[in-house]
Design a protein. Structure first.
Length: 317
């Protein structure tokens, strides 16, 4: 499969320029059904820096514990430009307090309850986009959802999966959770025969529209087999997913650390795997890089202040 078209990251803002090079194609693959279930798949808004009653863009994500969200790294670093796997890198993420998350099926509902981010962690290592378009957002309160497990083994071409996200669908308003089942993994890594795909990524079917970034591909056991990274310009097809199996131990370690700090139970999946303590991770509260342990001390300090009476500012959606 030789795919030679411009790749774009799939951010969604509340004021979209007509000339913006993003997916808008209406096809059979855009048909899906609304779901009130799948509450672990959440909507994530990046609030405006100067006016938090407005939002700049929307992504999707999936809860891997009751207070840790797995999403795309570009959703917290809005590098909305064509991707070249040989040169594209991430910038420092936004302030996590700009992130607002809801598990409600619609961001437009007056019943939607919003939770803010308090910390952002990105995978250890480099800052290249391809193969590392994943991030964890620690929330300031727990969501009443059943978390989903990241998949710890590699996917294979021909496997089927379900896509759940908040992007636009035929007959469904953007910002509404929708699901499409019986999609197929078309190729994985080198099988895709394209310099646009990292060895840790794969191409599937279905959604690749603005607002879908960060959404999970759920395998037959409802494990998270990938996180939507990007798609081809001009259409909402050919979604490219960042695989999660190579970062499973990192995800699990962060979930363990945040659960210990918060004094909450681990999700059902997090006791099954042995892992070594991480030597380094990156957490951004402002525009500074810290070791994982220093970062978690910052998080612990925040939680202590919150427990002792500091109130979280409500989101005006």
């Amino acid at each position: 499969m030789d795919l030679r078209v411009t790749l774009v990251l799939l951010l969604s803002s509340c004021a979209v320029a007509a000339s913006e090079n993003v997916g808008t194609h209406e096809s059979m693959l855009l048909q899906a059904h609304e779901v009130n279930t799948d509450s672990a798949v959440v909507a994530m808004l990046a609030l405006n820096e100067s006016d938090d009653s407005a939002w700049d863009w929307m992504c999707s994500g999936v809860m891997v514990s009751q207070n840790v969200l797995l999403t795309s790294q570009h959703c917290i670093d809005p590098k909305n430009s064509p991707v070249d796997c040989s040169t594209s890198t991430f910038l420092p993420p936004i302030d996590p307090r700009r992130i607002a998350v809801t598990s409600h099926p619609s961001i437009h509902s007056s019943d939607a309850e919003w939770t803010r981010g308090i910390a952002v962690m990105v995978p250890p290592g480099g800052n290249e986009v391809c193969g590392r378009d994943l991030a964890l957002v620690v929330l300031d309160s727990e969501l009443d959802v059943v978390p989903l497990s990241p998949r710890f083994d590699a996917v294979e071409a021909g496997e089927t999966y379900s896509a759940v996200s908040f992007g636009p669908r035929e007959g469904i308003e953007r910002g509404t959770r929708a699901r499409k089942d019986d999609l197929e993994i078309r190729c994985v890594g080198a099988e895709c025969n394209s310099s646009d795909i990292d060895l840790r990524e794969w191409i599937g079917e279905g959604f690749a529209c603005k607002g879908d970034s960060g959404s999970p591909a759920l395998d037959a056991s409802s494990s998270v087999a990938g996180i939507l990274s990007r798609g081809y310009s001009g259409e909402c097809n050919d979604p490219m997913y960042a695989g999660v199996s190579h970062l499973g131990p990192w995800i699990e370690e962060i979930v363990h650390q945040t659960a210990d700090l918060r004094g909450i139970e681990l999700p059902w999946w997090a006791n099954r795997h042995e892992h070594e303590p991480l030597q380094s991770s990156s957490l951004f509260r402002v525009q500074t890089t810290r070791s994982s342990w220093t970062a978690l001390l910052v998080l612990a300090s925040f939680l202590w202040r919150r427990i002792h009476g500091e109130k979280t500012k409500a989101v005006n959606s």
